[in-house]
Design a protein around this ligand. Structure first.
Ligand code: PAF
Length: 286
């Protein structure tokens, strides 16, 4: 496994690999890697000759009052995880390498970025889309792997790729969970033991709503209330910032469930804001 710190060196390695006819997989991360990231790297390594993992905590996607300076980091451990999972190149650029000048060019995906996380974190998705478009220019023609835990992010990246014709095939990968059902996230490290146990209620509530939907309840409002009530049974978990029931492709809210929908929520558990979601497919009889 090669570790690079510059874009030019990474381009050199990828150009050489392409000249030999090798396929490239890209796994963008912000580091402090866990089994969820490992699953993306493994998937890429299984489907491509070369897997480029990037580790870069992107300042553009943090608001002034968010945890940029305290965001957890452990490069040595991350590199071991990358190697074990099958990465062949790891790019770990610093901020000056990624943003040598104050940035004047940004990418924003309107509409999809304005709801849910976008409504709570106004510049987050433009910062994310901007760095991901840079990473796509670094990776070049490739398959790029993203977790479904950040479902809105995945939808925005897919749309950006389609709108701007990036030569990238976006691959969405299933959420990897802790034993108690909590979706894995680098920010879970902020949770106390009690909060970690309590946070399992998010997945329980989502699964319960999905079961209700599959047994015939199609009213989105009833399902949202069902989730909120279950979450309210855990005093360490705040009332959700939102519980959204959306079309899985357009992310538009639905009143009645039909076809592929996604139930997405975010809530504060102590210090971190946690996200989770579940997919439900309601087949319609014709
Ligand atoms: O999901 C993340 O870790 C980040 O948003 C990403 C895609 C690496 C961009 O910084």
């Amino acid at each position: 496994m090669k570790v690079t710190t510059t874009i030019a060196e990474t381009w050199g390695l990828l150009d050489a690999a392409r000249a030999e006819g090798k396929s490239i997989g890209l796994v963008p991360t912000m580091g402090f890697l866990h089994a969820g990231h490992a699953s993306l790297i493994k998937e890429s390594a299984a489907e491509n000759d070369v897997t480029l993992t990037t580790i870069f905590v992107n300042p553009l996607q943090f608001a002034a009052d968010e945890d940029l300076s305290e965001y957890p980091r452990d490069l040595e451990r991350d590199l071991r995880l990358c190697e074990d999972a099958g990465a062949t190149v790891v790019l770990t650029p610093n901020v000056e390498e990624m943003y040598p000048y104050p940035i004047l060019t940004t990418v924003s995906v309107s509409e999809l970025s304005e709801t849910m996380e976008g409504a709570h974190r106004p510049n987050h998705f433009a910062g994310m889309a901007t760095v991901v478009s840079k990473l796509f220019h670094i990776g070049g023609r490739c398959r790029a792997y993203f977790g479904e835990k950040d479902y809105q992010q995945l939808a925005i990246v897919r749309r950006m790729v389609s709108d701007l014709s990036f030569p990238v095939q976006v691959v969405g990968c299933p959420i990897i969970r802790e034993e108690n059902g909590l979706a894995m996230s680098s920010r879970n490290t902020y949770l106390s033991i009690e909060q970690y146990a309590a946070a399992a209620v998010l997945n329980r509530a989502l699964r319960s709503a999905a079961e209700l939907a599959l047994s015939g309840e199609s009213d989105a409002q009833i399902l949202r209330s069902h989730i909120t009530e279950i979450i309210a049974t855990e005093p360490l978990v705040s009332a959700p910032d939102y519980v959204a029931i959306v079309d899985a492709h357009s992310l538009k809210p639905v009143d009645r469930l039909a076809g592929d929908v996604r139930i997405i929520l975010a809530t504060q558990v102590g210090r971190p804001r946690l996200l989770d979601n579940i997919g439900v497919s309601i087949s319609t009889l014709v």
